[in-house]
Design a binder for this molecule. Structure first.
Ligand code: NAP
Length: 280
């Protein structure tokens, strides 16, 4: 496994993480997470709203807590001070752990003053309940505003939709801003929520290049994301077979010509981000 610095935290985490949205908790899900950890993955993403914190707790039971980097998220309806503190405590109790490595605001919520929300996040760091503060689905204005009201801590990451066919963050300036300001980009839906497997022309383009690396379309898509610095993809896989491919994508180093070809696919097969659809 390759480990990369989680930007300004200085902490080394696996280049690829594990997404857990829509896992049902079947044995095969647990086996897949265990397989990933046994093969060096130490970064797992969950959220109070996913209902998968107990699944994560079960899957990591036999591993050392300190070796893992566990991230969860608070839903926007819990952004008032007391509710946010309580939401974090509830996540910790479902995860059966003393602290979270990363706690993220799941989406912005303009109905609650961001000063109040960030004050609660900073209090959680002060109390040792979380190590780092992150956000998710925050675009430039929200991200800058959230950082500007913080007193002691910094935002270390933004979790946003980013994959080979959804590259809105490159166009709206968020990608460059995060790189310039030391904010790690956690790429959610790195396989376009499975949509890359539904477009047959895209699939055959990925297969064509993949043959040179003996790699599947999933591996090629993830390898493309991993070729970018400061980007941590978190694919979700329900079984060991899928997880194996996703973990293996870290070993694929694309040459410049193939990278160029893959980077051109978005133009042909663009899928708009969920966040962009929301703002219409
Ligand atoms: P994704 O990881 O892009 O795609 C998951 C889909 O791809 C599933 O259908 C999965 O099937 C399939 N898949 C995975 N590996 C595969 C492989 N090697 N070969 C073939 N198919 C494969 O989608 P996602 O779940 O939307 O995103 C990943 C994670 O990002 C989530 O689990 C969550 O942690 C996070 N996320 C965050 C937000 C947010 O608002 N912050 C939003 C969405 C997602 P199987 O399940 O059958 O393996």
């Amino acid at each position: 496994m390759e480990y990369r610095e989680f930007n300004k935290t200085g902490k080394k985490i696996s280049a690829i993480g594990i997404g857990t949205w829509q896992l049902s908790g079947e044995d095969k899900n647990i086996e897949a997470i265990k397989y990933a950890i046994e093969n060096g993955v130490n970064f797992i993403d969950t959220a109070e709203v996913y209902g998968t914190e107990p699944i994560v707790s079960e899957a990591i039971r036999d591993f050392e807590r300190e070796d893992l980097f566990i991230a969860s998220k608070v839903w926007p309806t819990h952004f008032h001070y007391d509710e946010l503190i309580k939401a974090c405590e509830n996540s910790l109790s479902r995860l059966k752990m003393e602290y979270l490595d990363l706690y993220q605001l799941h989406w912005p919520n303009s109905a609650v003053p961001i000063e109040e929300t960030m004050r609660a996040m900073e209090k959680l760091v002060e109390d040792g309940k979380i190590r780092y503060i992150g956000v998710s689905n925050f675009y430039l204005d929200d991200l800058k505003k959230a950082q500007s009201v913080m007193k002691k801590q910094e935002i270390v990451s933004d979790q946003v939709e980013y994959n080979i066919v959804t590259r809105d963050i490159e166009k709206d300036g968020l990608f460059d801003y995060c790189n310039k300001n030391g904010i790690a980009i956690i790429a959610y839906s790195p396989l376009s929520h499975g949509k890359i497997f539904e477009k047959s022309a895209l699939l055959s383009d990925l297969q064509k290049i993949g043959r040179r690396y003996s790699a599947t379309p999933a591996e090629m898509s993830l390898a493309w994301l991993l070729s970018r610095e400061n980007v941590f993809p978190i694919p979700k896989a329900s079984n060991v077979e899928h997880m194996k491919e996703n973990v293996n994508s870290v070993n694929i180093k694309l040459n410049d010509k193939d990278l160029h070809f893959l980077s051109g696919l978005e133009e042909k097969y663009h899928v708009e981000s969920i966040a962009k659809q929301h703002t219409k």
